[in-house]
Every structure is written in structure tokens, then in C-alpha cells.
Ligand binder design. Structure first.
Ligand SMILES: NC(=O)c1ccc[n+]([C@@H]2O[C@H](COP(=O)([O-])OP(=O)(O)OC[C@H]3O[C@@H](n4cnc5c(N)ncnc54)[C@H](OP(=O)(O)O)[C@@H]3O)[C@@H](O)[C@H]2O)c1
Length: 300
């Protein structure tokens, strides 16, 4: 039976998932979103529905049979979920098995990170879960395509806690000249949509809006914001690893130090992409850090 080109997106109420749906609709793709019961009233969904997004209720921690019904006639399943191991490892395994059961051919897991293929267990617990989840779909017949985008600009300016507008500083660990891969959420979503609609895309594909060092990031943030910010060195990469160890020893909640683990993966170069696949989709002209900051920075 020929497959329809329909695409199922899990995580459409999230930061990245909503933008992936948007990018797919922009390209004229029929899209169905798998949304948890009660999440269908979340902001943003109404506008996507008005553009033709179809909704189906479902939870990745639910039974494979009902998830398979939700996948229905979708040929491609994109996961942009976030959560603990019950979602990222077990839930995504359920979704992949449901996709296979329903007859889908392709699965794009919720990776969207630095180079998870180069990291080792213990470097970053959230990336460990993403590597663990890979074993779940290795046995399926699905064509699995992993999309990696480095760190989001939004995260570099927010969650990482690097830029302190009040204190007028940009903080960093390690070598300020170590190159890093960074991308806006919108461009990561555009690349993901392009991958989903590209029948030849396979394996792990790596994209970056920009490749720049902390020194260049600091320059771009200053230039675009019109602010003078002091580049503040917090310690070496080894001292960062020791700080992560200290924090891990005194908290039960690993999310307290995961931002430091992401920074360690970047400032050591261990999670750095060796190659980029941007050229595969020349129609996407990713936004620069400076252009992004000029819109996002607080008024000087
Ligand atoms: N590289 C980077 O810098 C970076 C930064 C941030 C995120 N990311 C990655 O991007 C991906 C998406 O993250 P995000 O920040 O966009 O996530 P988010 O905004 O927290 O949204 C998470 C989504 O997952 C859904 N979800 C959670 N548990 C679910 C379940 N059991 N069943 C079905 N749906 C479930 C949520 O639905 P509800 O609305 O029902 O809660 C929501 O739609 C993740 O892989 C994340 O690691 C990368």
C-alpha cells in the first residue's frame, strides 16, 4: 500500500516541536500532532490548527497499540518531546514500535543536540538517555534519521546562564577560542522539516546556524546589543568537570547541573561536529547570532 506523505509530530506543544510543525506546514506537508490529553488547549496550537494541523490524543508512556492508532497513515514520525527516561528512553521506544506497527517508514528521534555520537556515558545524563534510546529502534525496520543542531541560540542566551545583562558579563569555561556549533530554534526546525521531506536523508545529519568560539559569541552579543560586556573566565574545562562532580555530590536533582554538563560538552570540543550538512538544504539561510541577539537583547 503506498504511504501518504503525512507526518506525525510528537511534542508539538513544545518550544521546538511547535516550530517544526510550523516549518512543515510552510512547506505544504500534511501534519498530525500527537498531543497529551489536556495539552490541546496550550497556546500556539490554535494557530497551527487554523493552518491545517490535525490533532490526535496520545501519551508516549501509553500502550503501543493506541500510539499505533495515533500514527495511523503517517509515513514519518518526528519526536520533539522532552522529559525524563520514561519519555526519552521508554516513551520514544513505544513511539518507534508504534510507528513500525502502523507501517510508518521513517523516525526522527528527539536528539537535537551537540554530537551525541561522540560523547560517552557520564558526560551528560540527558544525552546518555538519547544514546540509550537508540538501542530501542535498532531492531525495527524504520529508517531512523537523527538531526543534530548544537546548542540553541535561545539556550546560549538563557538557560546556560552565560549572559548576565544586569552585571554586564558573558561568562565562559575553558578555552575562549574553542569553536562551538549553535543554531536558532527556528532554523533547527526548518532543517528538521527539510530532512523529514527529503526522501534521501538518512543517518545522522548535523546543522549549525553558526560555528563560533566564546570569544566570537561575546563579540557578536556586544555588537548586536550595543552593550559593553566583560568576558568572564570561570575556570578551565577540567575545573568545570570538577565543579559538576561537586554539584552532583550535593544534589539529588541532576537538572541542577545539566547546563554545566552541556557547557562541558561544548567547551572541550568533545560534542563538536566534525562535518556540517547545511549545504544539503541551500534554501535555508540560517540566522546569525548577531541578528538573533539584536531582536532578543534587552534595550541598552
Ligand atoms: N540543543 C539545545 O540547545 C536544546 C535546547 C532545548 C531543547 N533541546 C531539545 O529539543 C527537543 C525538544 O525540547 P523542547 O525544549 O522543545 O521541549 P519542551 O518545550 O519542554 O516541550 C516538550 C514537549 O514534549 C511533550 N511531552 C512530554 N512528555 C510527553 C509524553 N509522555 N507524551 C507525549 N508528549 C510528551 C510535551 O507535551 P505537553 O504539552 O503535554 O507537556 C511538549 O510538547 C528535546 O530533544 C530537547 O533536548 C535542545
Amino acid at each position: 500500500m503506498p504511504h501518504s506523505p503525512k507526518i506525525l509530530v510528537a511534542g508539538a506543544t513544545g518550544m521546538l516541536g511547535g516550530q517544526i510543525v510550523n516549518a512543515l506546514l510552510d512547506r505544504g506537508a500534511p501534519v498530525r500532532a500527537l498531543v497529551r490529553p489536556g495539552s490541546d488547549r496550550k497556546p500556539g496550537l490554535a494557530a497551527l490548527r487554523a493552518r491545517g494541523l490535525e490533532l490526535v490524543e496520545g501519551d508516549l508512556t501509553g500502550p503501543v497499540e493506541s500510539l499505533a492508532e495515533a500514527v495511523g497513515d503517517a509515513a514519518t514520525v518526528i519526536s520533539a518531546v522532552q522529559g525524563g527516561p520514561e519519555v526519552i528512553v521508554d516513551g520514544q521506544a513505544n513511539l518507534a514500535h508504534a510507528a513500525e506497527k502502523a507501517g510508518a517508514v521513517r523516525f526522527i528521534p528527539s536528539d537535537f543536540a551537540v554530537d551525541i555520537t561522540k560523547l560517552e556515558d557520564g558526560d551528560n545524563f540527558m544525552i546518555d538517555w538519547r544514546r540509550q534510546s537508540r538501542t530501542a529502534w535498532a531492531g525495527t525496520g524504520l529508517d531512523v534519521v537523527s538531526v543534530l543542531n548544537g546548542a540553541f541560540y535561545e539556550v546560549m542566551l538563557g538557560f546556560m546562564g552565560l549572559v548576565d545583562w544586569e552585571q554586564g558579563t558573558v561568562a565562559h569555561w575553558g578555552d575562549p577560542d574553542q569553536p562551538m556549533d549553535v543554531t536558532s530554534v527556528q532554523d533547527a526546525a526548518a532543517y528538521t522539516a527539510a530532512v523529514a521531506l527529503d526522501p534521501k536523508a538518512t543517518g545522522t545529519l548535523r546543522f549549525a546556524g553558526e560555528v563560533l568560539s566564546m570569544r566570537q559569541f561575546h563579540d557578536a552579543v556586544q555588537r548586536a546589543s550595543g552593550r559593553t560586556l566583560r568576558l568572564r573566565h570561570l575556570g578551565t574545562a577540567d575545573e568545570l568537570r570538577a565543579e559538576i562532580g561537586r554539584q552532583a555530590a550535593r544534589t539529588e536533582n541532576p537538572f541542577d547541573y545539566v547546563a554545566l554538563q552541556y557547557q562541558w560538552c561544548m567547551v572541550t570540543g568533545k560534542g563538536k561536529f566534525d562535518t556540517l550538512d547545511n549545504a544539503r538544504y541551500p534554501q535555508i539561510a540560517p540566522e546569525s547570532v548577531a541578528d538573533f541577539v539584536s531582536k532578543a537583547a534587552p534595550a541598552a
